[in-house]
Ligand binder design. Structure first.
Ligand SMILES: [Zn+2]
Length: 154
C-alpha cells in the first residue's frame, strides 16, 4: 500500500480489500464502494484502482474510462435512490490518490445543506447498515446501464 506524502497509509488503496458487500463495481481500472467512516447512505467513492495521485497522474486509458464510469454510476445512483441530484466531488487533499465522492442528494436535504455543504451531513448521517443496503440496488442498476452499448447515457 502506498502512503501519502505525510506517510499516512492510503485509505483509497486500502479499498482494494473492501468487502464485496460494499462494492458497486470493480473493473480493470476503476472501482466504486461505500467507505466506512464516510458511509452516508447514497455516498460512494469512485476510485482509480492504482495509486495515481491527482487527476493529472491518470493514464490515457484511465482518463478515457473515468467519464463513462462516472456517468454510469451517477445514472445508477439516481435510478436506485430516486435522488433528484447526484454530486461528483473531488478534492484530493486528504488523500491524493485520485477518487471522487459521488453523493446522491435526496429531496429531503434542506437547501442550506445542498452543494458543497452536503458534506456537513456527515458524521450525523453516517449509517453503515442503510448505506450497505443500497449497494446491491445500485449495483444492479449499474450493471444494467454498463451493459448497454452506449453505456446507459441519460
Ligand atoms: Zn492509494
Amino acid at each position: 500500500m502506498k502512503t501519502n506524502t505525510d506517510d499516512r497509509p492510503c485509505l483509497i488503496c486500502s479499498l482494494e480489500d473492501a468487502p464485496e458487500s460494499a462494492r458497486v463495481f470493480r473493473d480493470e481500472l476503476w472501482a466504486a464502494e461505500t467507505v466506512a467512516g464516510y458511509d452516508v447512505p447514497g455516498w460512494f467513492f469512485l476510485r482509480a484502482r492504482r495509486h495515481a495521485e491527482q487527476i493529472t497522474a491518470l493514464e490515457p486509458a484511465e482518463l478515457a474510462a473515468f467519464g463513462q464510469r462516472a456517468r454510469d454510476l451517477s445514472a445508477a445512483m439516481r435510478e436506485a435512490t430516486g435522488a433528484p441530484a447526484v454530486y461528483l466531488l473531488h478534492f484530493g487533499e486528504n488523500y491524493g490518490h485520485f477518487h471522487a465522492v459521488m453523493a446522491a442528494r435526496g429531496s429531503d436535504v434542506p437547501p442550506q445543506l445542498r452543494g458543497g455543504k452536503l458534506l456537513q451531513l456527515a458524521p450525523d448521517a453516517l449509517d453503515t447498515e442503510a448505506s450497505l443496503a443500497l449497494v446491491p440496488v445500485v449495483r444492479t442498476a449499474y450493471e444494467q446501464l454498463a451493459a448497454q452499448p452506449t453505456g446507459g447515457a441519460r
